[in-house]
Design a protein around this ligand. Structure first.
Ligand code: PMV
Length: 320
């Protein structure tokens, strides 16, 4: 059987960094994210007993790089006795550059593979499976503002506000499109083992989650901006204080941060967040989008701007 699913990336406003259980890929901390709308990954999966092995085709070209992780994800979704799969992936945005492409890819492949294997699972079960492959992917199963809670018995993910409940906009400044120097999985292990601030990060996370939760509930932009920027800078402080240091920013990333902070000092409702890559994501109220886009486009070294609203969780788009 053949199935295609579509998923959008999500961007964490309170971040996940560090694992409590490597084998089960369980996050050490909870997180709060927004699922995007206009960037997407589509994944088609067909299980075919006549194939010799799994094959991955990305944007029309055979690409073995992500195949081992995808194959393990298919094993967890359809069982290790499954037939080999042909996986086709299409994204309308750069992959592997800190734009959360792994979140949309693993969310979409989990939904597609489950349907292709003829299995019926609810969103929570699919999120747990996607999270086993990529911690952030679990959040892309859900709409709008999403909370991921974690405990020693697993994760639980839910939507805390639908996309139209607070229709914020996101402007992504692409400062370098290439692949990142170190993947997030290896980098977060380095932080866990070597950053002197790791324990404090884990201990403070519940308070940041509660603050972000309250800000979303009350649609309090200033409060959300304060906790999101603080949490993002805390996560990057862990990376910088790892040994060896993990630095994903470049000079343009920093200039974009200054640009966003200057806009906010002028009363523009915008804040930034940055993930495991050099791209800056500016989150703003809808009326500020044009001004934010113009200011970021004028930063020397910004190569591209992607803009999007908030959107829906991963879903099936075709089965045959
Ligand atoms: O899901 P992973 O393993 O790609 O880790 C994602 C980590 C961050 O994007 C940096 C933060 C987050 O919560 O999405």
């Amino acid at each position: 059987m053949h199935a295609t699913a579509r998923a959008q990336p999500n961007i964490a406003l309170v971040k996940y960094w560090g694992k409590r259980d490597l084998a089960r890929n369980l996050p050490a901390v909870g997180s709060i994210s927004i699922t995007l709308e206009d960037l997407y990954t589509e994944m088609s999966v067909s299980f075919d007993a006549a194939c010799a092995a799994d094959v991955l085709v990305v944007n029309g070209r055979e690409d073995p790089a992500l195949l081992p992780r995808l194959s393990r994800c298919l094993d967890s979704v359809a069982g290790t006795k499954r037939s080999p799969a042909r996986i086709e992936s299409r994204s309308n945005f750069p992959i592997g550059a800190g734009l959360a492409s792994s979140a949309s890819a693993f969310a979409a492949v989990t939904v597609a593979a489950s349907a292709a294997a003829g299995l019926e699972r609810d969103r929570h079960a699919l999120a747990a499976l996607a999270g086993g492959a990529s911690g952030s992917a679990a959040r892309s199963l859900f709409d709008g503002f999403v909370e991921l809670a974690t405990g020693s018995d697993g994760i639980s993910v839910s939507s805390v506000m639908p996309p139209d409940g607070w229709p914020l906009r996101v402007v992504i400044a692409v400062t370098a499109p290439g692949p990142k120097p170190i993947g997030s999985g290896a980098a977060m292990e380095l932080s866990r083992k070597t950053s002197p601030f790791y324990r404090r990060w884990v201990d403070e996370q519940p308070r940041d989650i509660e603050r972000a939760h309250a800000a979303v509930r009350e649609r309090d932009f200033a409060a959300l901006a304060a906790v999101a920027e603080h949490n993002c800078l805390k996560m990057h402080s862990l990376m910088w204080t790892s040994r060896p240091a993990v630095v994903y920013w470049n000079a343009v990333t920093l200039t974009c941060m200054e640009t966003v902070r200057a806009l906010r000092a002028d009363g523009v409702p915008v804040f930034f967040t940055i993930d495991a890559g050099p791209q800056l994501k500016a989150v703003c109220e809808p009326q500020a989008e044009a001004e934010v886009s113009e200011a970021l486009a004028a930063v020397p070294g910004v190569r591209d701007l992607l803009t999007t609203g908030l959107g829906r969780g991963a879903r099936l788009v075709a089965t045959a």
